[in-house]
Design a binder for this molecule. Structure first.
Ligand code: IVH
Length: 679
């Protein structure tokens, strides 16, 4: 049946409305960062548009939301000459270089001592630069930076990025404009992409930058479309009409046209304010949703920018102030295998020492054999080492991808067949990434790690016994298992290397103090595979008594909150092993004990149904201890005071919670009253 002219007009109108709506939703999501409709609703409109267009292909416009993907794979990228060159930035690595930059330009602009420059401070995203050409508001071409003069035509791929408008919003754009910005991948997007790559047995990416570059430079736009690529605009190149007088205003204009800009950008006065911006962003670095390698300062006034001009391939009016690198290159000298508490062998890279993320690193984890195979890392390779924040340094990959053409002699990394410590067999269970030493507690490495865990803060919390001391005690055969710690006396300890009388005495006292514990801490301290603090607490909540946990079968254990069949079998297996039961007996004999609950903790404790808020410092116990005591009596500790709070416990130097308690008329206990309540 042929549609009447009227119907056709109506359909064309509906298509236009749908496209406008989808464009608006994209703008709200990607530019304003405030989505207004659920994804499902968006998908519904998108499907409606697809169906209408399928029936009326003659009504499809190049800018339709459906036309982002669809192009066929290319044989190769075409070269594109940029209308204006894409420059790079000069770098400053310290404050001195930044001050010199400001000094230089103030001199060139003949400014007086008291004349400060207006700057725009931006983050320096770690992705790749692209140039987008818009003609009459329509995206006609997109290119990578290339050598700055000529890049690669990635138009098909750029069109798949929903953050990039196919049509600029409003009307006030020049008839022709090159918009410059960075294509990048968020940290979350990067992790998700690598997981997907692993699942599909595809190569993983060393960092978000490589992932972004690899994803944009795909000959098949269908692949690019599946990658979580993001974009922000930070400038313009050639343009056919005048734009605002300042860079900061330009950014706002770009946003009005529908281009995402970065939310951290700020206009400031004077170079000192730039340096404060640097500190502020450096502090925030780990919390940002994407990786940055520094900040950029740009002279705000375009008049001043033009007066300053360029040197070589970089502008005089802008500078990148770099952060300390979190990724550097070094040589992999060798690999050692460390044996953990549960026997897992972790390959540890021995590196040519290198300064990264603010510290010198000579060891870094290689995770496991699968990772090594996936990254094809060999001894002698130039590797990328990464150290960010508090994270353990890791080897993320090998430099260069043409691994077949390694220039140097390198040798493969092999999993040892025997434990490097106790020489027991190493086994690798099908389907598991980890290889394990089968030596169990006969392996000194496993025993050491088990004891380190036992004494740790969240376990038995024995102060003064650190990793080094545990190793020394095991190596000198002074202890064999965790229970032996409690038979150490002051003389034995004081005779150890680097140990004074005072420290020995402190350790004896700490051991004594730790004997009074809670059942949850005790269970956690045993170091059962996959039993963390939360699981230990759940086990106690469910079974109340140690005997009940020890004798529970897999079925009974699986009934515990958050305990699945795997954890249940680890627990069951642990208590079936005679040597584990012997150690538990020994610990109990040594005096390790906890308050036995009469029944289920929360229902019957004397503080059942009471909620507490703690503020200030108590003289007789830490906050964690106070919390434990309250919980062991069935009470609950929460963070903020409300009318439902039973008591506020106020120690020395209480915070604002005390005032809140008073204003809400919640009873306040001082330390003495609190201790009396616990008795
Ligand atoms: S402006 C004329 N601003 O850094 C200056 N670049 O080393 C052109 N980059 O190729 C660049 N964030 O890929 C500028 N806020 C930002 C940036 C930024 C990242 C990258 C860009 C450029 C490189 C220059």
């Amino acid at each position: 049946m042929v549609d009447s002219e009227d119907t056709r007009k109506q359909i064309a109108k509906r298509i236009a409305i749908l496209n406008e709506q989808l464009g608006n939703y994209n703008y709200q999501y990607y530019v304003l960062d405030s989505p207004t409709i659920p994804d499902a609703e968006y998908d519904k409109l998108f499907r409606e548009l697809l169906e209408l267009e399928e029936k009326h292909p003659e009504l499809i416009t190049i800018n339709s939301s459906t036309q982002r993907v669809g192009a066929k794979p290319l044989a190769k990228f075409q070269a594109v000459k940029h209308h204006q060159p894409m420059l790079s930035l000069n770098n400053a690595f310290d404050q001195k270089e930044v001050l010199a930059f400001d000094e230089r330009i103030r001199k060139r602009l003949s400014l007086s001592e008291t004349d400060f420059i207006d700057y725009v401070c931006e983050v320096k995203l770690d992705g790749l630069a692209v140039s987008l050409c818009y003609e009459k508001g329509v995206l006609v071409q997109a290119a990578t930076r290339g050598d700055g003069m000529t890049g690669e035509d990635v138009t098909q791929n750029i069109r798949t990025l929903k953050a990039i408008p196919l049509q600029l919003r409003g009307q006030r754009w020049p008839a022709f404009i090159e918009i410059r910005g960075e294509v990048y991948i968020s940290t979350k997007g990067f992790l998700a992409l690598n997981i997907a790559q692993m699942k599909n047995n595809e190569k993983t990416f060393a960092n978000p930058r490589n992932a972004a570059a690899g994803s944009l430079r795909q000959l098949d736009p269908h692949i690019t479309a599946k990658r979580p690529l993001a974009f922000i605009a930070y400038g313009v190149g050639e343009k056919s009409a005048d734009l605002p007088d300042t860079h900061f205003e330009l950014l706002q204009t770009l946003k009005e046209w529908g281009l995402p800009i970065n939310a951290e950008s700020e206009q400031v006065n004077g170079i000192a304010a730039c340096l404060s911006y640097y500190q502020k962003i450096l502090k925030k670095r780990d919390k940002l949703a994407y990786e940055i390698d520094g900040v950029v300062y740009k002279v705000n006034s375009y008049l001043q920018q033009n007066e300053l001009g360029f040197i070589a391939r970089a502008p005089r009016f802008a500078i990148a102030h770099k952060f300390p690198a979190i990724e550097v290159l070094t040589t992999l000298l060798g690999v050692d295998f460390q044996v953990g508490r549960t026997g897992v062998l972790t390959p540890v890279a021995r590196l040519k020492p290198v300064f990264v993320g603010g510290a010198t690193v000579s060891n870094a984890t290689l995770h496991n054999m699968d990772e090594i195979a996936r990254k094809d890392i060999r001894i002698g390779d130039e590797v990328i080492v990464r150290r960010a924040g508090d994270v353990i340094p890791e080897v993320v990959g090998v430099v260069g991808t043409a691994l077949k053409f390694r220039e140097k002699e390198t040798s493969p990394i092999q999993l040892p067949q025997h434990c490097p410590i106790c020489k027991a067999d190493v086994e690798r269970i099908e389907g598991e990434a980890a290889a394990r030493c089968t030596g169990g507690l006969s392996c000194p490495a496993q025993r050491k790690e088990g004891i380190k865990h036992f004494v740790s803060r969240k376990a038995m919390d024995i102060e003064g016994i650190g990793d080094k001391l545990v190793e020394q005690l095991v190596d000198e055969n002074l202890i064999h298992d965790a229970a032996d710690l409690f038979s150490l006396d002051k003389t034995t300890l004081a005779n150890l290397d680097r140990m004074g009388d005072k420290s020995a005495e402190n350790i004896v006292q700490a051991l004594l103090k730790s004997k009074q514990t809670t059942l949850a801490r005790f269970i956690y301290a045993l170091g059962i595979r996959e039993v963390g603090e939360a699981t230990a607490r759940n086990l106690v909540k469910h079974f109340t008594h140690l005997d009940a946990i020890m004798s529970a079968n897999i079925e009974a254990l699986s009934a515990v909150e958050d305990v699945g069949p795997v954890v249940a079998s680890h627990v069951s297996l642990f208590f079936k092993q005679p040597h584990n039961c012997e150690v538990i007996e020994k610990l109990k004999k040594a005096g390790v004990s906890w308050v036995e609950m009469p029944g289920s903790q929360s229902a019957s404790g004397k503080l059942a149904n009471q909620t507490f808020v703690l503020t200030g410092t108590l003289a007789s116990m830490t906050r964690d201890e106070a919390k434990e005591r309250i919980e062991s009596l069935g009470g609950k500790v929460i963070n903020s005071v409300s009318t439902k709070t039973t008591y506020v416990v106020a120690g020395r130097d209480p915070g604002s919670k005390l005032g809140k308690a008073e204003s809400l008329q919640v009873p306040v206990l001082d330390e003495a009253a609190f201790l009396a309540l616990l008795k």
